[in-house]
Design a protein around this ligand. Structure first.
Ligand code: GNR
Ligand code: NI
Length: 170
């Protein structure tokens, strides 16, 4: 297994639209294992392939307390979503930024598992929020892009300052 590098906003590659997986082969299995290792090592509750610069429709989610309930969604498609919820979100590609985003309260989707078998899934709460966050990544969207332009500007400035202080420390 190997840990993968996570693209950092505002990296343009985060705006790439992911393509469907055509064949779930050994290469995809290895990618999913590496993504899982990367997500757990970063203490994340989700990870989209986009974030590791692989532009395929693959997302991982594990919102369990112990981090032992990994959900792998290949070629996920939304069947239905509804209700309204607000969540304070963060992202491994946007370190130290937490902002409230409006989401659907629940989501129903169809996806393939690691054997290529289709299944359906219904989620609400944190899990629904995380899945919507990951689906956005597959569309090339980062959560801060749900915020007002002014807020986005503030965040970009904050990230630039973080960069400066980091290079001073090093
Ligand atoms: O680890 C993550 N935590 C998180 C917290 C609140 C809302 C969304 C997330 S997803 C994020 C991992 C990530 O960046 N996935 O794309
Ligand atoms: Ni994210």
């Amino acid at each position: 297994m190997s840990k993968l590098a996570i693209l950092q906003y505002p990296d343009e590659r985060l705006h790439t639209i992911a393509q469907p997986v055509e064949q779930i082969d050994d290469q995809i299995h290895k990618l999913v294992r590496d993504m899982a290792q990367t997500m757990y090592a970063a203490d994340g509750i989700g990870l989209a392939a986009t974030q590791v610069d692989v532009h395929l429709r693959i997302i991982l989610v594990d919102v369990s307390e112990k981090g032992n309930q990994l959900l792998v969604l290949i070629n996920p498609e939304v069947i239905k979503m509804g209700g309204k919820a607000e969540f304070e979100e963060g992202c491994l590609s946007v370190p130290e930024v937490y902002e409230t985003v409006n989401r659907a309260a629940w989501i129903r989707l169809r996806a393939l598992d690691l054997d290529g078998k289709p299944f359906e899934l219904q989620a609400d709460g944190l899990k629904a929020m995380c899945i919507q966050h990951e689906l956005d990544h597959l569309q090339g969207m980062v959560f801060v892009e749900h915020l007002s332009p002014l807020n986005q500007k503030r965040i970009l400035n904050t990230l630039k300052k973080q960069d400066r202080t980091r290079s001073k420390v090093r």
